[in-house]
Design a protein around this ligand. Structure first.
Ligand SMILES: NC(=O)c1ccc[n+]([C@@H]2O[C@H](COP(=O)([O-])OP(=O)(O)OC[C@H]3O[C@@H](n4cnc5c(N)ncnc54)[C@H](OP(=O)(O)O)[C@@H]3O)[C@@H](O)[C@H]2O)c1
Length: 236
């Protein structure tokens, strides 16, 4: 049976790249967007779902619509996220709350809405997308780092709650990749970032895709609550 995979933020750099890679796999894709279009045409095996994931009601409607369309949800990739840079003492409370709402609340709402479906199926995979910044800190990213660290705690607890129902929950802590929000980093800072990575290059979404492909196998059913670091050796 083809797995039904929900990717949030499929209109963004990383989510779009993952969607294009999954498109050639034998899966059904539920692709989420908020304000920007998705560049993969809808088809029998691909559907688009719009939602502002910061509102639980919108998330619940989206998950119901996916269930109606595909009949099940096997995999969730909680990928939607934002990064707003400012020193902590200059971070406005609105920016703090917006970052928490998209990066952390949304992953909770999507998981919460899908867990009853996965528990009924007695199987499921939840994969949260975090960042190396959650582990190391990075100047000017207080809200982002805190929200991404929150995802690691959420992952560990969901993993313990759900392993008995055949559901695993893991988190990918990404270093710096060649798609998405890296485009907002000025060229000189980007050079410094690349220089700081032991691999001396940005990561490619194919690494994220292959890791997800492994985590969703039957054999990876014993892997849960883990933070998988995909960062070219960048640990501090
Ligand atoms: N790229 C990297 O190097 C890197 C490194 C570490 C971690 N990450 C993580 O990877 C994930 C994807 O990042 P990216 O680089 O692909 O960023 P991106 O290109 O800016 O994409 C962000 C995505 O989040 C969605 N989004 C934003 N606000 C939303 C809201 N209120 N409700 C629903 N969706 C919302 C956007 O939807 P719309 O555009 O449709 O509004 C978009 O699809 C993020 O969680 C990020 O923290 C990325």
């Amino acid at each position: 049976m083809e797995k039904v995979i929900l990717i949030t933020g499929a209109s963004g750099g990383m989510g779009g790249a993952l969607a294009r890679l999954f498109k050639s796999a034998d899966v059904k894709l539920a692709l989420h967007f908020n304000t920007n279009p998705i560049d993969i045409e809808p088809s029998d095996s691909v559907a688009h779902f719009q939602a502002d994931l910061t509102e639980q009601e919108g998330v619940d409607k989206m998950v119901s619509a996916i269930l109606e369309r595909f009949g099940r949800i096997d995999v969730i990739v909680n990928n939607a996220g934002i990064s707003k840079s400012a020193m902590s003492w200059k971070t406005e409370s609105d920016a703090w709350r917006e970052t928490m709402a998209i990066n952390l609340d949304a992953a909770f709402y999507v998981s919460k809405a899908a867990i009853p479906i996965m528990r009924k199926q007695k199987s499921g995979r939840i994969i949260n997308i975090s960042s190396v910044v959650a582990q190391t800190g990075f100047i000017g990213t207080a809200a982002y780092a805190a929200s991404k660290a929150g995802l690691i705690g959420l992952t560990k607890t969901l993993a313990k709650e759900l392993i008995g129902s055949g559901i695993t929950v893991n988190v990918l802590a990404l270093g710096y990749f060649n798609v998405g929000m890296i485009a907002d980093v000025p060229e000189d800072l980007r050079k410094q970032v690349v220089e700081s990575i032991p691999a001396k290059r940005l990561g490619d979404p194919a690494t994220v895709y292959e890791t997800i492909q492994w985590l969703i196998t039957e054999e990876a059913g014993y892997v849960t609550g883990q933070t998988v670091n995909l960062n070219g050796g960048l640990y501090s």
